[in-house]
Design a protein around this ligand. Structure first.
Ligand SMILES: Nc1ncnc2c1ncn2[C@@H]1O[C@H](COP(=O)(O)OP(=O)(O)OP(=O)(O)O)[C@@H](O)[C@H]1O
Ligand SMILES: [Mg+2]
Length: 317
């Protein structure tokens, strides 16, 4: 069980994450969505104790009863070895081109569990089978450039599973992949979470993938959580104006062409302003289609899992 309370990640005046709170029960599958720059990766990194050195991280992170705020680098390393693993968007960048992929997965098992090379490679083989790599024996001896992008992502998933984490943070795990491969990787992550009772934090721009992989969604904007709830509910009956805008901006193949004319995709008007220019109240004020006098200056309250002044006033956002 992981409890995040009021977690903030600040660079000088700029708050990349502001007071994020999140409970991750064992086996939960939670999606984090939001435009570029909304703080999704920074939140994931902070949960691993891997926020950049320039960042000030405050708030509480409790992992299986242990408070991590103020923990030493040694404690964080132990957390990453035993409890929380993360996979990153670009599989090639995360693999050493000079190391055979079998050895890459075997290495943490030798370091953290003191296994011999042969025993560690046996475990790597079992992991390669578990993540559905074809010809797993032959794969062990291959270098990253010899396998496809989807297979590299499976190797990284095997690496993340090596020490049996309770939580896997997958940061845009499918963005660099073709649609078909992305679909299969999404299914794999979902299956692994169910089979292993491993929690999954699925960070993605791809709402279709999030819909498939998760049971709960957290929507972020400007470093804040603006809405959360069961996946079905958030996708089918969004409450926050930002979530509504994000869903309306979703590309739908059938929406692209109408009467032979290519239509422009709907987008949320405006762009995310620089962090230090975000309003102190609701971060979405200024871009929001509906605004009350208090929106920009006063932090909005939580109303049925959405954080919005208008909903508090009883208005339909
Ligand atoms: N070293 C840094 N110094 C200052 N600001 C930073 C630093 N690293 C990241 N940021 C800022 O933190 C904010 C959140 O970034 P983050 O990478 O978490 O966004 P994201 O939601 O993951 O976006 P994307 O969808 O593009 O991956 C951004 O505004 C970014 O500019
Ligand atoms: Mg990111």
């Amino acid at each position: 069980m992981i409890e995040v309370s009021n977690l903030s990640v600040t660079f000088g005046q700029a708050q990349a994450v502001r007071d994020a709170s999140l409970t991750i029960p064992p086996g939960a599958r939670i999606g984090i969505v939001g435009e570029s720059g909304s703080g999704k990766s920074m939140l994931g990194l902070a949960l691993m104790g891997m926020a950049p050195d320039a960042a000030q991280v405050t708030g509480s992170l409790i992992v299986d009863g242990a408070e991590m705020s103020g923990a030493s680098e040694r404690d964080w390393r132990r957390l990453r070895a035993r409890h929380i693993a993360m996979i990153f968007q670009e599989p090639m960048a995360a693999l050493n081109p000079l190391v055979r992929v079998g050895d890459t997965v075997a290495e943490p098992l030798r370091i953290h569990e003191g296994l011999s090379r042969d025993a560690a490679l046996d475990r790597a083989l079992a992991l390669f089978k578990e993540v559905g790599l074809p010809n797993p024996e032959a794969r062990l001896r291959q270098f990253p450039h010899e396998i496809s992008g989807g297979q590299r992502q499976r190797v990284l998933i095997a690496l993340a599973l090596a020490c049996n984490p309770g939580l896997l943070i997958a940061d845009e795990p499918t963005t660099a992949l073709d649609a078909n491969v992305a679909l299969r990787v999404t299914e794999l992550l979902t299956d692994l979470s169910v089979r292993r009772q491993m929690s999954l934090l699925f960070i993605s721009h791809d709402l279709a993938a999030v819909a498939r992989a998760t049971t709960e969604i957290v929507v972020m904007y400007g470093g804040t959580v603006v809405e959360r709830g069961p996946t079905d509910q958030v996708l089918n009956a969004p409450r926050h104006p930002y979530t509504k805008g994000l869903l309306a901006a979703r590309p739908r193949p059938e929406g692209l062409r109408q009467g032979g004319v290519r239509r422009r995709l709907p987008t949320i008007p405006g762009t995310v302003p620089p962090l230090e220019k975000l309003p102190p109240g609701c971060r979405f004020a200024g871009r929001c289609p509906v605004e009350l006098p208090q929106c920009a200056a006063t932090r909005p309250p939580v109303v049925d899992n959405a954080v919005c002044h208008l909903l508090a006033e009883g208005g339909a956002a």
